[in-house]
Structures are given as structure tokens and as C-alpha cells.
Design a protein around this ligand. Sequence first.
Ligand SMILES: Cc1cc2nc3c(=O)[nH]c(=O)nc-3n(C[C@H](O)[C@H](O)[C@H](O)COP(=O)(O)OP(=O)(O)OC[C@H]3O[C@@H](n4cnc5c(N)ncnc54)[C@H](O)[C@@H]3O)c2cc1C
Length: 398
Amino acid sequence: MLVVGAGHAGAGVAGLLRQAGHTGPVELFGDELDLPYHRPPLSKKFAEGELEQWLRPAEFYREQDITVRLGEHVTAVEPAKRLVRTDSGAVHGYDHLVLATGARPRPLPVPGAELAGVMSLRTLADARILRKCVEERRRLVIIGGGYIGLEVAAVARANDIEVTVVEREERVLARVASARLSAILAGYHRNRGTRILTGAGVGRLAGEDGQVRAVVLDDGSALPCEAVLVGVGAIPRDELAAAAGLRCAQGVVVDSHARTSDPRILAIGDVTRRPLRTGSLARLESIPSATEQARQAVATILGTAPVPAEVPWFWSDQFGLKLKIAGLVPPDPGTVVRGDPATGRFALFHHLGGAVTAVESANSPAEFMAGRKFIAAGTRIDPVRLADPSVPLRDATL
Ligand SMILES: Cc1cc2nc3c(=O)[nH]c(=O)nc-3n(C[C@H](O)[C@H](O)[C@H](O)COP(=O)(O)OP(=O)(O)OC[C@H]3O[C@@H](n4cnc5c(N)ncnc54)[C@H](O)[C@@H]3O)c2cc1C
């Protein structure tokens, strides 16, 4: 068993294989130098505390007889010979190969993107640089109002750093949240001193002596700064898979058993384009999705019972808001607001004709859990009763 990529998905599948009783050799290749670690804290905790939060301590891999090869980049997969090659010149054979190569930050194609002080956030090394920016009290412009950008903005503001978020779309989180949640969160950020510019394209980054000094927008206006975080999404690292002839479509295409177009090769995590419960294919960049697919891969490799499909979900922390989001927001949904966004405790239930398709919650774990169950079971809700927090959730269904 070879696993390429020692992130959440790769380290997860290696551990789960042992837990499920697999006794053959398991080798995990990772091209970063650190032990597999939690990525979510990188955008939420970069200013204080321990950044290095390992998924498992080093002893775990020793005790479980999982060979971890850190700092080793897999350069080629040869499916016909069932082997991989690494940059150290080594060749390793496999019975099953799991590709868990993740994603890389999407680069910003504008002049000046190579200046010092311009960064992205994917790895521990990136987070260490960001921490230094906060320590040096550099003015920060964040390009991209997605979850990572907003999380970083929240931490920077909490540390009294001057922050501007520049978003090309007409609202933040345009790709990943309802318009309602976007508006609520934008309000939270603005009230805490973050400047948010929407519908704003970046023309170039201006520098002096190789160091970034300003973000220049398409309309010619300049935002002076000493640091720029580019958070405009991630692209799947599917080049190994594509070169090996596996079916890829902006991500390695897999089925609900984590199988690729090669019967001996599975793929899991951010590198995949995976089926949703509805049957359509999507890229889901989240820990719950990576974990679900790791379980699918183990079931496929060991021939055990298939893993039931989960409702997709993820979380985000911004200021005091613990956001938990499940399902997919359809275009033009009906929306029930339960709780009061002004108090920081609320849930938005999005539905089509009463059938809930998504829940977006803040500091409301019970509503989140109920929403997930409604989505999974196709439960229909009574919008009027659901909007009334005095009505128990179980009494708000039809
Ligand atoms: C800053 C940040 C905050 C996030 N916050 C949240 C959150 O709050 N909630 C949530 O659900 N999700 C969050 N995510 C998303 C989540 O971290 C990812 O969905 C998850 O890490 C995906 O795991 P993965 O193993 O597929 O990819 P990764 O974690 O990216 O791991 C892939 C690994 O494979 C290595 N690799 C790639 N190619 C090769 C090769 N050829 N040879 C050897 N090694 C290779 C990479 O270097 C990397 O270490 C966040 C992501 C980031 C970046």
C-alpha cells in the first residue's frame, strides 16, 4: 500500500487501514518536511499559540508500522508496472496506490505577484511567514474574500492590524455561501474595522526595492500595504494522475468508492472531483470530505461494506463566530432565519418548497445537527415554526 501525500487525507487513510486490520506494508510519502498536521489552525491561530498541531504524534506511525517518508516528492506513477518514482531516485512497487496530493494555492496572474511580502496560505511554512507579518504590524491587503481570507482578516483585526479585503465578485464568499450569510459576515467584519471592497479587480501589485508597497485596483486606486495575502482559491495537484493517464477534469475524477479510472489506484481529498449525494461531481475542499473519502478508500481496498454517503459539511471560525455549514445552497432558495444574526447566534435553513438543502449556522450546534439530519432524510420543514426559536426543532417539521 503506497499513499502519496501526507496531509489530512493521506495520513488519515494510512491510520484507518491499520485500524481496519490491514497488516501489509503501508508507506506514506509527503513532500513537506513536517509530520502531517492540521491545516485549519493555519488561518485561525496563526497569530498566537502552537502552529504545529500534528495529526498524530511521531510514535503513532512507528507503533502502527506506517513508514512515513517526509521530504520525498513522488515524481511519476507507472500504472502498467504498478510502481512510483521519487525525487530521491527510489522506485517503490504497490498493490494499491492512494493519491492524496491535495491542492495548491491558485496564483494571482498580475504584475508584481512575485514581490516580497506577497504570500499565500497553505502550509505551516506559509503560516509562519504570516505570523511574522502580524508581529511586524504590517498593513495587510487580502486578495479574495473566501473563507481563508476572511478568517485571516478576523485574526489580523483582533491583533489590531489594518486590513483590507479585496473581492472581485459583488459579495464575499460568493462561490461558497448564500447571499444572506455573505451579507451577515461582511457586516461583522466591517463592524470590527475590516475594510471590504467588493466588485474590485486587482490590476497590479506595486513595489519598491522588491518589496510590495501597494495593491493597485483596476480603477487605478492604490491600497498602501506592506503585506499581501493572495487567497483566490486552490487548484488540485492532479498532474501526477494526469501524467499517469488517469481520468482528470480539474481534479482526479473518482466514484463514491474513491476509485479512479485505474482499478489499482484510488484518490482522496482535495485533489479529487468527487460525486455528491445527488450524483453530480464537485470539488469539496474540506476535512470532513477528505475523511469520508479516506474511509471509502479503506472499504474499497479491504473489500468491506461501502461507506454511506454523507451530507457535505465544513466549519469556519471568524471572531467569536463558530460557523458550521452543511449541504449546498441552491439558486434562489427559500430561507428561514432562526435566531438573531445581531447576537452572533443564528441558523439559516435554505429550502426548496420546504425540503432543506443547506444549513448555515453560527454558534448554534443544535440547529446545525438538525439541519444535517433534515438534509439527509429529505425532511420537510414548516418555515413559520422553524423561524420561531421557542418551537423545538423536532416540532418544526411536517
Ligand atoms: C489555511 C486553511 C484553512 C482551512 N480550514 C478548514 C476548515 O476550517 N475546515 C475544513 O473542513 N477545511 C479547512 N481547510 C481545507 C482542508 O485543510 C483541506 O480540505 C484538507 O487539508 C485536504 O486534505 P488533503 O490531504 O487532500 O490535502 P493536503 O492537506 O493539501 O495534503 C496534501 C499533501 O500532499 C503533498 N504532496 C502533493 N504532491 C505530492 C507528491 N507528488 N509527492 C509527495 N507529496 C505530495 C502536499 O505537499 C501536502 O502535504 C483549510 C485549508 C487551509 C489551507
